[in-house]
Ligand binder design. Structure first.
Ligand SMILES: Cc1cc2nc3c(=O)[nH]c(=O)nc-3n(C[C@H](O)[C@H](O)[C@H](O)COP(=O)(O)OP(=O)(O)OC[C@H]3O[C@@H](n4cnc5c(N)ncnc54)[C@H](O)[C@@H]3O)c2cc1C
Length: 404
């Protein structure tokens, strides 16, 4: 029987971040994932990128992940929100030097998290491993893998993504809906510099995000996340690169000059889900296993990193007090800490999506009026910038850049 302080199902970005965060404080983790680790380290760029908030970057720095990322990231220094190409949008630009967040290629994030977790003294990564049986009871958690291996720990963490089998097996219900939209993602090369501005341009068909990436040997680059109605997605994907680039250039109003494609296009069905509970007997849910939101605000992974910082702090403090890490009171603390924050981000993102999808000139005029008002009221602007940076609410130590 292999024993650890926690067993983590799922070695995605969130599960690996937790293993590394616990390792920093001497807590051990066994990570179980059916995937091939080769997928985490291959260099081919699939066009997927993430906006990582400043507070998440502070955590990644504190747990020893950010060094590997430093050369790749592109700071986001301003966010511009517009209703189509009409004038009168919102502008967020902080007064200080700290960026609102950083854009990274997912392959670099995955590789950096993988490299850190592999180096961890207290983490064991079991790839290509399938779970045959799980038992959770007052004495602890035991897991049987299908290769006959047995694992034991006081706590099981579900980081097994949006279709979490662990969540389902635990009988935890989820609120879930689909958006009838798909996100088409890719990376573009453009003639003019982006000046580190992230653009969110709302069209009746769906929002179009243009996100600054670091310049490459090829010139200026930006990632795009373009939400399109399900029925149109196949058409968008079947366009030639030149035709797609011309459509993207037109949707931007040409503000980045001539545009060409740099990466393959892929599409992701968009949906929302939120677990009714994020804890159970000797169980805690983190990342997409607990919640998934529309990528409009680039917050899904950041919410997962906030879960990591909170559960790591609760567990490390519990261990220092000599408590059983599956103790209900510890899990309650995690539940209270995370439930409200993740629910409010989820609903704010969902409302934003709905407000901007209402078609028609009147709706557009109301939205533009609302944006002008927000733009003039500094406390609201500051609050929205704090949300983007991930610095609102009661922040766990790691998100403040402090070790636990
Ligand atoms: C188009 C798009 C753009 C996005 N952009 C952003 C952005 O800019 N910023 C941002 O913050 N977020 C963004 N997100 C959200 C973000 O990608 C996700 O929230 C994040 O990847 C979730 O990570 P995770 O580790 O929780 O889950 P996953 O990445 O799904 O990882 C789950 C892991 O669990 C493993 N697994 C599956 N089943 C089992 C099992 N039964 N047992 C054990 N392991 C299992 C899988 O192999 C996988 O390794 C975006 C999402 C989309 C769709």
């Amino acid at each position: 029987m292999d024993r650890a302080d926690v067993i983590i199902f799922g070695g995605g970005m969130v599960g690996l971040a937790l293993a590394s965060a616990l390792d920093c404080s001497g807590l051990s983790a066994i990570v179980v994932d059916p995937a091939d680790p080769g997928e985490r380290t291959t260099a081919a760029f699939d066009g997927r990128t993430s906006a990582v908030s400043s507070s998440s970057i502070r955590m990644l720095t504190t747990i020893g992940v950010a060094d590997e990322l430093a050369e790749h990231g592109c700071p986001i220094r301003q966010i511009a929100v517009a209703d189509g190409l009409k004038p009168g949008g919102l502008h967020f630009e902080p007064d200080d030097d700290e960026p609102l967040g950083w854009m990274h290629e997912n392959r670099h994030l995955r590789a950096a998290l993988f490299a850190r977790a592999v180096k961890a003294k207290n983490a064991w990564l079991l790839w290509k491993s399938k779970v045959a049986d799980v038992s959770r009871n007052e004495h602890g958690v035991t897991v049987a893998l299908d290769d006959g291996r047995k694992l034991a720990a006081p706590l099981l963490i579900a980081a097994d993504g949006r279709n979490s089998r662990t969540r389902e097996d635990a009988g935890i219900r989820v609120a879930r809906w689909r958006y009838d939209h798909q996100a088409i993602v890719s990376v573009l090369r453009h003639e003019l510099p982006h000046d580190h501005v992230a653009y969110e341009i709302f069209y009746p068909g769906g929002p179009f995000a243009v996100l600054p990436m670091s310049d490459g040997a090829v010139g200026h680059r930006s990632a795009i996340v373009w939400s399109v109605p399900n029925d149109d997605a196949a058409g968008w994907l079947s366009l030639t690169d030149d035709d797609f680039a011309a459509e993207a250039q037109a949707a931007m109003g040409g503000f980045l000059g001539k545009v060409t494609m740099l990466a393959p296009r892929s599409s992701y069905p968009l949906g929302f889900h939120h677990a009714a509970q994020i804890t159970g007997e000797r169980l805690a849910l983190i990342g997409d296993a607990a919640h998934a939101i529309h990528p409009i605000a680039g917050q899904g992974l950041n919410l997962g990193f906030r879960d990591v910082a909170a559960i790591a702090e609760v567990l490390v403090e519990g261990a220092r007090l000599g408590l059983d890490l599956g103790d209900r009171q510890l899990l309650d603390r995690y539940r209270r800490w995370r439930s409200l924050d993740s629910l409010s981000v989820a609903f704010a993102t969902d409302s934003l999506t709905r407000v901007y999808s209402v078609p028609g000139r009147t709706a557009s005029a109301v939205r533009r009026f609302g944006m002008r008002v927000i733009d003039r009221i500094s406390p609201i602007r500051d609050r929205l910038m704090a949300e983007a940076r991930g610095t609102s609410g009661e922040l766990p130590l790691l998100l403040r850049g402090l070790p636990i």
